[in-house]
Design a protein around this ligand. Structure first.
Ligand code: ADP
Ligand code: MG
Ligand code: MG
Length: 891
């Protein structure tokens, strides 16, 4: 029989898979000698067994009895005891933390008898009955599924009846009455009575925690966060300590650094005379932890000291849960704190500065995707002045977002499904709201503090969040919110600034964020620690400048066709295509040449000494032609060609499968003058820059190549033009001519193609299309089902298909480098900016990726992580490595 129960003294932080994160860390803290109430953990293995059989095994029941015995000895208290009753909490805790998703029950062991004993023993009747009513509510909710609201309503009614301001005003008599009301709720609900036997309470609670692994919100959370269904949860059973013991007691949560900004220093909140989730649930507005310094200086010092110890021990920002019972401090949980992407960067950089971690570890601590969230726009300060500041709350999660207001998660979800941008506005949020929160641009609450549920979730999702905007009065019934005499209705636009906490009416314009401070240092490390280059796909100086701001290594792909879509160019392009003979093509070509050389000049000039790769014309010609009668009439007027002739010409260019038709270098073979013009334009730009003392090495890329003979033919065309241009001006130009690798046949014959090619660049979009036989423009009709049914693990146009397309890439790389062993090989399709794909590209020896400007920093970090892990894996063959280096960000 395997061991299914571990005392806190037996476990450690490395056992998170078996003990769950909470259990493993409770053990670790116990062994560090920190003040943790005694307890034990039922393992995730026991949970697996339970998921099969839906009951606790005999063996486990036995072990639980034993463990409770041990706990009684450790605490000098007795479960169901008549003199010193033992009260315990039953706490869920999976290997990967899922805050608030699963259930916990406090004060187990109380019943009609022990509540009296405890009241007498402590001379604190209020505390005893306050604990009892809490147990009744939590047990009813978690075990029987009775809604929390029905219990809350009783509390609210009692408070209203006596005009109390807070739950603290409830008297012993009130609490006793509430207890009996709560028992009534059980009766009315018809789900079962509250079991008086503590043992029965305990077992029901354990069952419920195991069951909670499969509750709806936990499933949604796992799906959203890609957490495996298999993990299961552990259960922690722990002696209670009491933050609701009186004014010298309390409960709180603290981060060792600010989770919103990353700033160093203890950051958190607590409530006096409160228990458990009161702080997070926003029952009362909590106080900042710093105020403890004045009210309980010794406890504060102790907390500070423990926080530092934990951070040093874990080498990571920690999120602590603590309780003060009559002046004595207890630690109830520690874990890696959730934080905003910008806080994550600052913390990682600071921890390196403090010598706690090295650069590589720091780089592995941030999910590449979260970088793109940091680059989200900020409100345009100028436009902001035109908008009305509604109110200000706490800046819980930075960002700037606008959307239409909805007051319930369901309404928000529905509006979002209908394509609206939504802002979820509530007095507070709870785990049931998770679906609505996921779809919201921003989350606003009127109650709660920086560690409230809304704040934590918003930060976790990198959604903009403002909480505790207490001037806001949400009226769920009428679906409005009032603020300073103004009314916000469902569907109204508001703008939320999560950095300042400000809420504005209307939709405020945004502007691009920039890379500065810690992020810039962090991305520099990423560059130093990666092997792959990160280039950008850019067709305009504006895009290129953006990418350069993000420190792109250069341009990996300029799509020249995009340059022809401006109206005056489109006209020339159309004249070119519609011309009847070579003579008629001359004039539009000359005009296009002039415009195109200007484009290239600008790009080269911006590039400085960085490389720019230009791809010659790729799409089928009919893309440039008018598509409907109205356009035909207009073009006819512009060009003087009759509509009939136009229609004829358009018809003659029509193809059944244009993506497989007359495009790419096939155009070079049939209309060589177009490629010649483009090469001449490149050369004219190079020559002009040479005149300014700037040397440019042009890199010219040929699309759609499928054979060596074809590549050789086009290469010849291109090089002849280069030579002609440079001879005319008698200058020497270094250049390369490479091929897109996007045809399966090209991959299979890459050794031959490499003979006529100075570099390869995988066009993964076309390569994926042709490997699967999926038309890129038509996948929408079936791809979603393929992914839903698991026939495809992911959209192969977004994440590289390793087994098929990846295999072709490997073949092409191997063959290509057999011919030229230092052949540069890039990737310039959509997947070039995808972190998972980049991990694969590192393994197969890709030289560089090229992606859209905003993906550049994401790809940069992904490239660094891929390289760091690659090196770690190589080393791991010889010796075991830190798990952190291989698996991603454990908390
Ligand atoms: P979650 O995973 O949702 O955070 P926890 O198991 O951490 O749930 O429990 C929530 C809160 O209940 C804790 O933060 C703590 O305040 C309180 N709690 C849990 N166990 C105990 C205990 N043994 N004594 C006092 N408070 C407890
Ligand atoms: Mg909870
Ligand atoms: Mg907790």
């Amino acid at each position: 029989m395997t061991k299914q129960i571990y005392d806190f003294s037996e476990g450690n932080m490395k056992m998170r898979n078996l003990l769950g994160g909470k259990g493993a860390n409770l053990s670790e803290m116990t062994n560090m000698g920190l003040p943790v109430p005694h307890g034990f953990t039922v393992t995730t293995e026991a949970c697996h067994e339970y998921q099969q059989t839906h009951q606790l095994s005999k063996h486990l029941l036995n072990d639980i009895d034993q463990a409770i015995q041990t706990l009684s000895q450790q605490t000098n208290k007795e479960f169901n005891g008549t003199s010193h009753p033992l009260l315990i909490s039953v706490r869920s805790g999976a290997a990967i933390s899922m805050p608030g998703m699963m259930d916990t029950i406090l004060n187990i062991g109380l019943n009609d008898q022990t509540v009296v004993t405890i009241a007498e023993l402590t001379h604190n009747e209020r505390f005893a009955y306050d604990s009892y009513r809490r147990l009744l509510a939590m047990f009813g909710n978690v075990v029987y599924g009775i809604s929390e609201a029905s219990f809350d309503q009783v509390l609210t009614d009692t408070k209203n009846a006596h005009h109390y301001e807070s739950d603290l005003d409830l008297t012993v008599a009130d609490l006793k009455q509430i207890v009996s009301h709560f028992k009534n709720i059980y009766e009315i609900s018809d789900k079962g009575v509250f079991p008086q036997d503590p043992k029965e309470q305990l077992l029901a609670a354990i069952n419920a925690v195991f069951d909670s692994w499969n509750n709806h919100r936990a499933q949604i959370y796992r799906r959203e966060n890609h957490i495996s269904e298999e993990l299961g949860t552990a259960v922690n059973i722990q002696e209670m300590v009491f933050g609701n013991y009186g004014e010298n007691s309390g409960t709180g949560v603290a981060f060792t650094r600010n989770p919103s900004t990353g700033e160093a220093g203890l950051f958190g909140e607590y409530l006096l005379n409160a228990q458990g989730e009161d702080v997070v649930a926003g029952i009362r507005t909590p106080q900042p932890v710093a105020t403890l310094k004045a009210s309980m200086p010794d406890t504060y010092e102790q907390l500070l000291d423990i926080a530092n110890k934990l951070e040093t021990h874990y080498r990571e920002m920690q999120d602590l849960e603590f309780t003060i019972e009559d002046g004595r401090l207890y630690l109830l949980q520690t874990r890696s704190g959730k934080r905003t992407p910008s806080a994550a960067v600052k913390i990682a950089v600071d921890l390196v500065g403090e010598g706690l971690i090295d650069q590589k570890t720091a780089l592995l601590r941030l999910e590449p995707e979260s970088i793109s969230k940091m680059l989200h726009p900020e409100f345009d300060l100028h436009d902001l002045k035109q908008h009305n500041l509604l109110t200000t709350g706490l800046p819980a999660s930075p960002g700037a977002a606008s959307g239409q207001v909805y007051f319930t998660a369901e309404d928000a979800k529905r509006a979002s499904d209908a394509g609206q941008k939504v802002v979820l506005m509530r007095s507070d949020t709870s785990p049931e709201d998770i679906e609505g929160m996921i779809v919201s641009q921003a989350i606003v609450t009127s109650r709660g503090g920086m560690t409230s549920h809304a704040a934590v979730v918003a930060r976790g999702m990198a959604a903009t969040g403002v909480v505790g905007a207490h001037e806001l009065e949400v009226d769920y019934e009428r679906k409005i919110a009032k603020v300073k005499g103004q009314i916000i209705r469902e569907g109204d636009w508001v703008s939320v600034d999560g950095t300042s906490g400000n809420l504005y009416s209307g939709m405020v314009k945004t502007r691009d964020a920039t890379i500065k401070g810690e992020l810039s240092a962090f991305l520099n490390w990423a560059k130093q620690n990666s092997k792959m280059g990160v280039y950008t796909n850019a067709d305009t100086p504006k895009d290129f400048q953006k990418a350069l701001d993000f420190d792109a290594d250069g341009i990996g792909l300029t799509r020249t066709e995009h340059m022809f879509f401006k109206p005056e160019r489109l006209l020339q392009m159309r004249r070119l295509i519609l011309a009847e003979d070579l003579q008629g093509r001359k004039d539009p070509l000359a005009k296009l040449l002039r415009m195109q050389q200007g484009d290239f000049y600008e790009l080269y000039k911006l590039a400085g000494d960085k490389e720019v790769t230009i791809r010659l014309l790729d799409p089928p010609l009919h893309e440039f032609l008018p598509h409907d009668e109205k356009e035909i009439q207009a073009v006819s007027k512009q060009t003087g060609i009759s509509p009939e002739l136009l229609r004829d010409r358009i018809n003659s260019l029509k193809e059944s499968n244009p993506m497989l038709g007359h495009r790419g270098d096939r155009l070079a073979v049939t209309f060589p003058d177009i490629y010649e013009m483009q090469v001449q334009a490149i050369m004219n730009a190079v020559i002009r820059l040479a005149g300014e003392g700037i040397t440019v090495q042009p890199h010219i890329m040929i699309p759609l190549t499928d054979s060596q003979a074809e590549m050789a033919w086009v290469r010849d065309l291109v090089t002849k033009q280069i030579k002609q241009s440079s001879n005319e001006k008698s200058i020497k130009v270094q250049y390369t001519v490479g091929t897109m690798m996007e045809m399966p046949r090209a991959c299979m014959t890459a050794d031959a193609i490499a003979e006529s090619s100075d570099f390869f660049s995988f066009g993964t979009n076309d390569l994926t299309q042709l490997t699967f036989g999926y038309s890129r423009d038509d996948v929408g009709s079936f791809m979603p089902k393929y992914i839903e049914y698991g026939i495809l693990p992911a959209d192969p146009f977004q994440t590289i298909d390793v087994e098929g397309v990846g295999e072709l890439m490997k073949i092409a790389i191997e063959k290509g480098r057999k011919t030229k062993n230092d052949l540069p090989i890039g990737v310039c399709g959509e997947v070039g900016g995808d972190p998972k794909s980049i991990e694969f590209f590192e393994e197969i020896g890709i030289t560089y990726v090229s992606c859209s400007p905003y993906r550049v920093p994401v790809a940069r970090l992904a490239a660094a992580q891929a390289h760091i892990r690659h090196l770690a894996r190589q080393k791991a063959v010889k010796q075991p490595v830190q798990p952190e280096l291989v698996s991603f960000f454990v908390d």
